[in-house]
Design a protein around this ligand. Sequence first.
Ligand SMILES: *Cc1c(COP(=O)(O)O)cnc(C)c1O
Length: 410
Amino acid sequence: MSGPFSHLSHLECSRTGERHDADVVQGTSRVGAPLLARYDLDAVAAAVTPADVATRPPDLWRYHELLPVRDPARVVTLGEGMTPLLPLPRAGARLGVPRLLMKDEGLVPTGAFKARGAAVGVSRAAELGVTGIAMPTNGNAGAAWSAYAARAGLRSLVAMPVDAPEITRRECVVTGAELYLVDGLIGDAGRLVNAAVTARGGLGAGWQETSTLKEPYRIEGKKTMGLEIAEQLGWRMPGVILYPTGGGVGIIAIHKALLELRELGWVSGDLPRLVAVQAEGCAPIVDAFHAGLDESTAPAQPRTVAFGITVPKALGDFLVLDAVRSTGGTAIAVSDADLLEAEAALARDEGTWICPEGAACVAAVGQLRESGWLRGDEEVVVLNTGTGLIYPETVVAEVPTLSVDGVIPS
Ligand SMILES: *Cc1c(COP(=O)(O)O)cnc(C)c1O
């Protein structure tokens, strides 16, 4: 390996392609769209090979040339990344997709894949001089950004709906965040955070708003899921990837990762068909996909147990729809009853307790196989975005209690 730690070159507006400077703190583009990080991929190809990457430690920083942090000393890490890509033989046989694999993000710090975006986003923010991050969250992102802010020595201000998973409150509090609960949805939390940041002096006072897709680097952290899937398959792409889609950062990021790898020449051929999975109680992207639209409309009463994907209107909806359509993928909504059943069935089949968002993908595999959209011989990867331990209330544990002189039935 030779050359710089990062080959970041600039930021690009996802709507207009306009260039923005990557070496100052940026939010959205001039027209209010997400900014995408661009790299000098020719230089990356000349500087590093897959064989070099193979010798590096098993965390997401092994792809540092394709990440935005310029100074290795600014990397803020808790050891995130290189999660298992697990075969699911029993579940696969039951669902009629024997080559079913699961990328298991339950094993990252804070218990959800949000750690990836937080590790890279916080590292880069601190490198650019930010001293406090502020964000609305449905729970898991706030927990992750608070944790990494603590690790980096930054302040954190977080607002989440009162209905967000209770454990994520405690995660924010224990890592020292200034936390507010909001009697509303994530969008309401976002407005309150925005007003607070403005009132506190904004960037001039060191505060950056790090809402989903309102800063450019969270997506870069999440991109490493796609890089890892390709590396773990021996620099090859699977046939299909299913992703539980809320703000859509993960699916946009996996799409971006695979396009970058193909441009580098590290993988070749067709991209996997990307599938955006949502819950029936909040499925704006699924609705837009089937209506042939490029943008989504917020549902009136969004509600699902899969709290991480309760996002009524995603800033990057058009990018999700593009990722799905340009790869020949699809979008599908599953009911809460079906995703909870899939969560329980997978734990029995494979011994892994996944989060309801990940379980939505498992349920979707069954439905897409039944409809014939998935063939039985395809290699299918589902993303499990977090551990079931964050959602204890999704499993009922009604079991007998014995007195000390009681008897366990024989
Ligand atoms: C945030 C979250 C999602 C959705 O992530 P996006 O990439 O924003 O679509 C899915 N699952 C869990 C567990 C989450 O916390």
